[in-house]
Design a protein around this ligand. Structure first.
Ligand SMILES: [Mg+2]
Length: 218
């Protein structure tokens, strides 16, 4: 059987859009009556809680409260909706070349998985995306309360694909130490620099596009 492939999501299958994320959080701050740069900083400082615990509205409520805000539930709901719209937009930004690369890999018979350190709104937006129908098993940190590089999230995903981690190939930009995490459970690792040069110390030439993968695996 062709080896199962497990992809990271942001900066691997879709652009990370970091500046737009900060802009949207700043707009959310105005909706809930707190200082925009303070809410942006609070979002960055609490990424682990957001990746593995809090839902969208809970995040807004907790962080606005910490900054001295007292938003109404209606204001929290509006800000949460703004964040959900961002997630839909970011997932829709998958390049056509990436969709074509995934289709080619599927045609070669590779089962395809995804492991994403992602917050709740991304997991909520996922099922109706063009990516979702090309991925056999998608695991989001917010759903399983584990985040890369914890070995458990790689093992769990391999298990859902019905294979051993050592059978899998992991492809990611390298944020959060995800490449070392994948290698530690025995996965073969490819780094991509298509969207961001996140882990330049990783040995070997990175993929310039995901289109290069099919030939490398053949
Ligand atoms: Mg990434």
């Amino acid at each position: 059987m062709p080896r199962p492939l497990i992809f990271d999501l942001f900066h691997t299958l879709v652009p990370g859009s970091d500046a737009e994320r900060d802009r949207v959080v700043g707009e959310m701050a105005l909706m809930v009556g707190v200082e925009p740069s303070a809410l942006v900083a609070a979002y960055h400082a609490t990424w682990r809680d957001r990746m593995t615990g809090w839902d969208v509205a809970e995040t807004v409520r907790i962080l606005a409260g910490r900054l001295g805000g007292t938003p109404t539930e209606d204001q929290v709901a509006r800000a949460a909706a703004h964040r959900r719209e961002l997630a839909v937009r970011l997932l829709d930004r998958v390049p056509e070349t990436t969709l074509a690369a995934l289709d080619a890999l599927r045609a070669q018979g590779h089962p395809i998985g995804l492991i994403s350190n992602a917050t709740a709104e991304t997991a909520e937006a996922w099922p109706v995306t063009r990516l979702a129908r090309r991925i056999d098993v998608a695991v989001f940190s917010c759903d399983v309360r584990l985040a890369k590089p914890d070995p458990a999230i790689y093992r769990l995903t391999a298990g859902r694909l019905g294979v051993d981690p050592t059978d899998c190939v992991f492809v990611g930009d390298g944020a959060d130490g995800e490449l070392a995490g994948a290698a530690a459970v025995g996965m073969r690792v490819f780094r991509t620099a298509e969207h961001n040069d996140s882990d330049p110390a990783w040995t070997g030439r990175p993929l310039a596009t995901l289109g290069e993968l099919a030939a490398l695996l053949r």
